[in-house]
Design a protein around this ligand. Structure first.
Ligand code: S3P
Length: 179
């Protein structure tokens, strides 16, 4: 396979379960867990909502790409990414270099229901968040599909089952010996 690093990279829309499932995968494999949003927050020194409010989305995207590039030294990590990381073609190429890329997804209804419970996401602070989710998903679905090597629907599986599936698929992709 073309990946140059042995990481597991999780992409997907807000609310797709990247962080919770990613932490579980990392724990099971004894890998480090990294979240690109957390890298941005630490480097900039501001929460995501404030970065958007003070600097705007375009500036956030620059920080996000720069955070992603900084991870190219990693191996044996589970990397969870912000939902918009796939917007840039350069990021999509970087994701592949970082390792085995899995798209975590769920139906639009489930994603909307999950993101509605957490008000911290600035992109959804609109008059009509349901339409915003619909439009963002329509734009991004083909990009997730293009970037990912597998797709896992997190609403059809428990987190444990999703983690097991990801580990089995990564094992196959990297030709890791069975345990
Ligand atoms: C974003 C998703 C967020 C965060 C930022 C922008 C997006 O991450 O990066 O609010 O563009 O979808 P999560 O997907 O972890 O919520």
């Amino acid at each position: 396979m073309s990946n140059t690093h042995t990481n597991i990279v999780l992409i997907g829309f807000m609310g797709s379960g990247k962080t919770s499932i990613g932490r579980l995968v990392a724990q099971r494999l004894g890998f480090q867990f990294i979240d690109t949003d957390a890298v941005v927050v630490e480097r900039v020194g501001l929460p995501i909502a404030e970065i958007f409010a003070h600097h705007g989305e375009a500036w956030f995207r620059e920080q996000e790409t720069s955070a992603l590039r900084s991870l190219a030294i990693l191996n044996r990590a589970v990397i969870s990414t912000g939902g918009g990381i796939v917007l840039r073609a350069g990021n999509r190429a970087l994701l592949r270099e970082l390792g085995f890329v899995a798209w975590l997804t769920a139906s639009e209804e489930v994603l909307f229901e999950r993101v509605s419970r957490n008000k911290k996401r600035p992109l959804l602070h609109t008059d009509d968040p349901r339409t915003t989710v619909h439009e963002l998903l329509a734009t991004r679905r083909p990009l997730y599909e293009e970037a990912a090597q597998i797709t896992v629907d997190s609403s059809l599986l428990t987190h444990e089952a999703a983690a097991n599936l990801l580990i089995a698929e990564a094992r196959r992709a990297f030709s890791w010996p069975a345990r």
